[in-house]
Design a protein around this ligand. Structure first.
Ligand SMILES: C[S@@+](CC[C@H](N)C(=O)[O-])C[C@H]1O[C@@H](n2cnc3c(N)ncnc32)[C@H](O)[C@@H]1O
Length: 193
């Protein structure tokens, strides 16, 4: 798990606005930590890679890492994070969108991770996931915060509650369960085939 000093050193190098502060991601990373061994030796596709803080933890376990991040500033932050962690060179790739990645598909994922972003996916992306990604994947971790999200204004596709996420996963052929932190504010829906 990344320590505070390393996190702050990375932040000092990141250009643009910063989302991935220790306060914002620290509690979620610590809750995710216990689930990471299930990604051992897998090709992991992470949606919403942001500055690569979750990716660093995933790379400790995975065989290969594929990140999707549409925001150019965050992609640049991700590069800085990984330039500072040379031991992971050769094991990661970063794509701007799921659609562009799907067009290439030269790494086949067998696990999917999405942290505080699943509710942002478009109908087209959800369809692409359902048709092309989920049939190959056998392990899923979707992390979310319990938060009020309005359907109107396109702030959610409806997939922000444990129930809705589990239902979606079940439709893709997964068994799914929810794992809450002790505050009841952070949860992961974990799915297995
Ligand atoms: C709330 S932040 C969460 C970042 C990080 N996953 C975390 O848990 O700290 C949402 C992230 O998802 C990215 N994002 C937004 N729409 C996306 C999409 N359609 N596909 C992939 N990533 C997306 C954003 O640019 C941002 O980096």
């Amino acid at each position: 798990m990344i320590d505070l000093e390393t996190h702050k050193k990375l932040m000092a190098k990141w250009p643009g606005r910063i989302y991935a502060t220790p306060e914002r991601v620290g509690p979620r990373l610590r809750h995710l930590e216990g689930l990471l061994p299930m990604l051992k030796d897998k090709v992991v596709l992470e949606l919403g890679a942001n500055a690569g803080i979750h990716a660093l933890e995933i790379c400790q376990w995975a065989d290969h890492y594929i990140g999707i991040e549409p925001d150019a500033d965050y992609r640049e932050q991700f590069m800085h994070t990984f330039f500072d962690h040379e031991s992971f060179d050769e094991m990661w790739v970063l794509w701007p969108t799921l659609k562009e990645y799907d067009h290439a598909l030269h790494y086949q994922p067998d696990a999917l991770v999405a942290c505080v972003m699943f509710y942002l996916l478009s109908d087209e992306e959800l369809e692409l996931l359902a048709k092309h990604i989920m049939p190959r994947v056998d392990t899923v971790i979707i992390q979310e915060r319990v938060a009020h999200r309005e359907r109107k204004g396109n702030t959610t596709n409806g997939l922000h509650t444990p129930k809705a996420i589990r239902k979606w996963l079940k439709r893709q052929g997964f068994s799914a369960a929810t794992y809450f932190d002790k505050t009841g504010k952070i949860f992961e829906v974990v799915g297995h085939k």
